[in-house]
Design a protein around this ligand. Structure first.
Ligand code: DON
Length: 561
């Protein structure tokens, strides 16, 4: 085959067609809604809302349920971020991201020659940060919960101990990790009873159920002390991990000021450091704000080119400046200043891609001074919660804490294990995100709430590693600029770029042939790939109803009343 023909073939595979169509709406309800990655978890969250619980209560119950029915990402052995906006309009964020253990160091994933050993930060005992999820949920409950703690944990205990039926996707997920489970666990997990799972099989997580009972009865102490903590430390000893009982006892969550920024007449409330999500999302929305995206159209060459060029610049900044603001100075204000962003976009050429090697992080003067899951909830009073929580990779480190039955995260890979060495999402970092004891690793998670004229407009977020930020970015633009319904905005094919590698990733079918040819001619290296993101979102419609956008890329479900 001639090289040019092969090239054209590659472009055409992965192209879609644009035809006028009737708007598709997701589930619409009158007063309350939960959208999460699993129908059972959404149902449990809605059950809490129906019993008079508020959005925070429902978020807690839904997360515990996800730890059972969706263990590849739902977790008690990982961490997350919660963005909440109460019915009176006040907003805050809770950071329960994992922290590096006290014995962690910036050389822990290097061999004797100083070369990185990425496998160590991705799999096995050394890959785990100190989990934050249970501390986070306990803290959210003590400040904003209205129902008893036990009532919120109990539904997850019931499904763990009684069992539940696997979906096709969940059966496939479990089948994929069989070898790792055997290789990485010297004590085989109790649920490893089937070599091949299929949709409709029922599964029980007895050890996990009993761990949840300890959490129900003793709160944070049911996880960070006593049997669960002892099991974690024993697991670490068996696998040369470094998390100690002192690391567990000293884990602290942090309430942080939300990042507020505007896009046209909308206000976005998002997560600041140690997530890069809010900062990068703000940079992206502000960088494209003055361009007529609505006129240019969704996923056309012009629009995708603009998004890609903004992304190149934002991810270069992310790589250089973003880290845990408890440890490094993150120049958030400068990164978001209109002057800085217009300087960054000054060399944007509407006809031509800027090679990423020509883009560096912008100059800023300091002044003294790939599995995750998202859930979006609105309660009947109008309070909203956006939570993104993760073990990092699917099933995290693939280590199951023997006796306690839950997966530990591999979040340490979100640190820059060596300057310039990409993590599993291809993200590169340096000094700001180097490993230090007690530090939180940089995240891309972007749980966000959008308001308009002081009223709730959208709750949104997604998993997807570095594609989280660009997926949330596109979902917001799809609604605001491309006038899509919430479900359409979530279903729409996505594109992604992140400075390095210098590629434009497109979901199969995202681009028309003409547009992909134009983008190639502008100099973009197009790579097709499977699903980008799994967005779960809620839109408040003009008549005050709630429209759920549940991503068909997974088992995601909008439920409510
Ligand atoms: O915090 C982060 O950015 C990553 N650990 C998220 C990982 C993720 O989204 C994987 N999901 N597909």
């Amino acid at each position: 085959m001639k090289p040019w023909f092969f090239f054209l073939f590659l472009i055409i595979v992965g192209c879609g067609h644009r035809a006028p169509k009737k708007p598709i709406s997701g589930r619409i309800t009158d007063s309350a809604m939960v959208v999460s990655a699993h129908p059972l978890a959404s149902r449990i969250g809605v059950g809490i809302l129906r019993r008079g619980g508020n959005a925070v209560d429902a978020a807690i119950a839904t997360q515990f349920a996800l730890a059972v029915v969706y263990p590849s990402a739902g977790n008690i052995g990982g961490g997350g971020f919660m963005v909440l906006r109460l019915k009176d309009g006040t907003a805050t964020t809770l950071d329960y991201r994992e922290r590096a253990p006290a014995a962690a160091s910036d050389t822990m994933y290097l061999d004797e020659n100083g070369d990185a050993i990425p496998a160590l930060s991705e799999r096995g005992h050394l890959a785990s940060g100190v989990p934050g999820t249970v501390a986070g949920l306990v803290e959210a409950h003590s400040k904003y919960g209205s129902m008893s703690w036990a009532e919120l944990v109990q539904p997850a205990i019931d499904i763990a101990l009684n069992g539940f039926v696997l979906t096709q996707k969940e059966a496939e997920n479990l089948n994929e990790i069989q070898d790792d489970l055997k290789d990485l666990n010297s004590v085989l997990p109790e649920f490893l009873i089937n070599e091949v799972w299929k949709a409709g099989d029922s599964i029980r997580y007895t050890d996990l159920g009993h761990t949840l009972e300890r959490i129900r009865d003793h709160g944070a102490a049911g996880f960070y002390e006593g049997k669960t903590a002892d099991d974690i430390v024993a697991e670490m000893r068996r696998g040369n991990g470094i998390i100690t009982s002192e690391d567990l006892r000293s884990y602290k969550v942090a309430w942080r000021d939300p990042l507020f920024f505007t896009y046209k007449d909308y206000t976005v409330i998002s997560m600041g450091p140690p997530s890069s999500g809010g900062v990068a999302l703000a940079q992206l929305l502000r960088s494209v704000e003055r361009y007529p995206l609505n006129e240019w159209g969704h996923n056309t060459a012009r629009s995708v080119h603009l998004l890609t060029e903004a992304e190149r610049r934002a991810y270069a900044d992310r790589s250089h400046y973003l880290g845990d603001s408890d440890f490094v100075q993150v120049p958030v204000e400068n990164l978001l200043s209109p002057l800085y962003l217009s300087e960054r976009m000054k060399n944007f050429n509407a006809e031509k891609a800027t090679p990423s090697h020509e883009i560096k992080a912008g100059p800023i003067t300091f002044h003294e001074s790939k599995e995750t899951t998202h859930l979006s909830i609105v309660d009947s009073q109008g309070s909203a919660v956006a939570v993104t929580t993760t073990l990092n990779d699917s099933f995290g480190s693939r280590v199951v804490v023997a006796g306690s039955g839950f997966f530990l995260n591999d979040e340490m890979d979100d640190f820059s294990i060596k300057p310039g060495v990409p993590n599993m999402y291809g993200a590169i970092g340096g000094e700001a995100n180097k490993i230090e004891p007690g530090k939180r690793m940089l995240s891309s998670m972007t749980p966000s709430i959008v308001t308009r004229n002081g009223k709730l407009f959208m709750v949104v977020g997604t998993p997807g590693g570095t594609t989280i930020i660009t997926s949330v970015f596109q979902t917001i633009l799809n609604v605001i600029e491309h006038k899509m319904t919430m479900q359409e905005a979530v279903e729409a094919k996505r594109v992604h770029s992140q400075w390095l590698p210098d590629s434009l990733y497109v979901e199969t079918g995202a681009l028309l042939v003409d547009d992909s040819i134009s983008l190639s001619l502008m100099g973009h290296a197009i790579r097709t790939r499977d699903a980008i993101g799994r967005v779960d979102a809620i839109l408040i419609t003009p008549d005050g109803k709630l429209e759920g956008g549940a991503d068909p890329r997974g088992d995601d479900t909008a439920d409510g009343y």
